[in-house]
Ligand binder design. Structure first.
Ligand code: ADP
Ligand code: TRP
Length: 331
């Protein structure tokens, strides 16, 4: 059997081009090499998003974003976590093999505690059990599907290591490899797409170029990219220019070379540089945007794709649960 690549996508916020180059594209490349199982982690999002309309919309937005970017639901099992209830059964079972101390050491939980302490509040203020047990649910997501590789951003590697720990504890207890210990797959040279202010593009910094803005909004955002005050005639340094750094993601190698030459030669103003950036960004995003809009116009179709993927996922999940119940003495 081929190796399995699995990842979860939390439906919070709108997709931006950092997500596209840092998460979506690399995961789709892996899907060409391995059996891929990609899902919308809506129960993970519930810890943050408590408004029903907002969550429903975020689920469809993220699903349409992946489909529009090229995810083929005939090749990838593409599903929604909440439609695979076996996840929650496995999560409960894993609780019995997870020490509380392990959860105390999780970065996300620790960060929330230190933010509280710094504000002089109670250490656990605003922290729900969903946040505290987040890594167990994530371990269930991963272990339910015998995943070998889990493509994630660096901030998520600790969670994958915890899933591995939990799998090994359970396997050790039953003297049998019941669960596959997974490995995080972080692209070591994964580029960090800069935002329009020069910091890492992130929804928490408000500096993003959304993946699906209209053409007009896209141009407006690009025109807002921060530059220095060099005049038109002056030669410019491409490597310290946000415009150039973003351009490299969208342009062909010969275009990048030509653009670099225009920087160094002088005679190109920042306005011209931004126009050239807009041209290549819009060229890449236009067809994706069109597919996205067509999908979002028919939300029932998105729901159907996820429901069909979830049926396939449940078939695999049920197998894992049967294996575990038997090993645990529950059948
Ligand atoms: P944000 O920082 O906007 O909250 P998330 O934490 O939701 O983004 O990230 C989702 C995925 O997108 C992760 O795999 C993350 O590594 C990737 N990602 C986010 N921002 C960038 C960026 N600026 N460059 C590259 N990858 C990114
Ligand atoms: N925790 C991940 C994030 O915040 C999302 C996620 C949930 C996930 N379950 C997963 C990622 C399983 C990989 C595997 O981005």
């Amino acid at each position: 059997m081929g190796k399995i690549s699995l990842t979860g996508i939390k439906p919070t916020g709108m997709l931006h081009i950092g997500n596209y180059f840092g998460a979506i594209k690399p995961a789709l490349e892996l899907a060409a090499l391995y059996d891929a199982r990609y899902f919308i982690a809506d129960y993970h999002a519930l810890n943050q998003v408590k408004d029903a309309a907002e969550l429903r919309n975020a689920i469809r937005h993220i699903a349409a974003g992946w489909l529009a970017s090229g995810l083929d639901p005939q090749k990838v099992i593409f599903y929604r976590q909440s439609l695979v209830p076996e996840t929650f059964e496995l999560s409960t079972m894993l609780m019995a093999f997870t020490s509380k101390g392990l959860m105390n050491r999780a970065h996300a939980y620790k960060a929330a505690v230190s933010a509280n302490t710094a504000r002089g509040e109670d250490a656990d203020a605003g922290i729900n059990m969903g946040l505290f047990t987040y890594p167990v649910l994530m371990a269930a997501d991963i272990l339910l599907f015998d995943a070998d590789f889990v493509p994630v951003g660096r901030d998520q590697t600790q969670h994958v290591e915890m899933a591995r720990d939990i799998a090994e504890t359970l396997n050790h207890n039953y003297h049998e490899t019941l669960l596959v210990p997974p490995q995080a797959f972080v692209q070591e040279n994964a580029a960090i797409v800069p935002g329009i202010d020069g910091r890492k593009m992130s929804k928490s910094y408000g500096n993003v170029i959304p993946l699906f803005s209209t053409e007009k909004e896209l141009r407006k955002l690009i025109m807002r990219i921060v530059t220095n005050s060099q005049g038109v005639d002056e030669p410019k340094d491409p490597d310290s220019s946000q415009i150039f750094l973003i351009y490299r993601y969208f342009a062909a190698p010969d275009e990048v070379k030509t653009f670099e030459g225009r920087y160094r030669a002088g005679g190109m103003g920042w306005g011209d540089a931004k126009e050239e950036l807009f041209r290549v960004v819009n060229r890449e995003l236009s067809p994706i945007r069109a597919r996205y809009e067509a999908l979002m116009a028919e939300p029932a179709q998105i729901d159907r794709i996820l429901a069909e993927g979830s049926e396939k996922a449940r078939f695999i999940a049920a197998r894992t649960i049967r294996r575990l119940r038997k090993a645990a003495g529950m059948s």
